[in-house]
Design a protein. Structure first.
Length: 135
């Protein structure tokens, strides 16, 4: 995993050290990027206009089960098959707190091997392939 966003870092620091409430999302979603985000910027998420892209509800194993400070996706994360439009070049992946495209708070993000998706292609991350770590 690349990095935790400034948003999440601040929420967790306030929660742990200042006893302020941080309500975790009921569901987290995986998303894909054509321009990488950073800890403080949103990047560019794959567009929905013609591609058929949607964010995917994602689940993770209990942290520390196999390695301390680490979790992985508990099941495959499969995005919709590309429906139309130009080739999409995916350069990053993230975890966000809402299914609604164009809204929400990015929590974690990482680079992926640049991947070109054409009509009929589907981005899939097998169970255990997406790793989130804490230092």
């Amino acid at each position: 995993m690349g990095s935790k966003t400034d948003y999440l870092e601040n929420k967790l620091l306030d929660h742990v050290l200042r006893n302020t409430t941080y309500t975790q999302p009921a569901t987290v979603y995986s998303c894909l990027f054509t321009v990488l985000p950073s800890d403080s910027s949103a990047g560019t998420e794959v567009t929905q206009a013609t591609s058929g892209y949607t964010r995917v509800a994602s689940t993770f194993v209990t942290a520390g089960v196999t390695t301390a400070g680490r979790t992985v996706n508990s099941s495959a994360i499969s995005f919709a098959t590309v429906a139309g439009g130009a080739t999409i070049t995916v350069v990053g992946w993230g975890i966000i707190d809402t299914a609604t495209f164009g809204s929400g708070n990015l929590l974690y993000w990482a680079t992926v091997t640049d991947t070109s998706l054409n009509v009929g292609d589907q981005a899939t991350f097998p169970a255990g392939n997406l790793v989130v770590t804490e230092d």
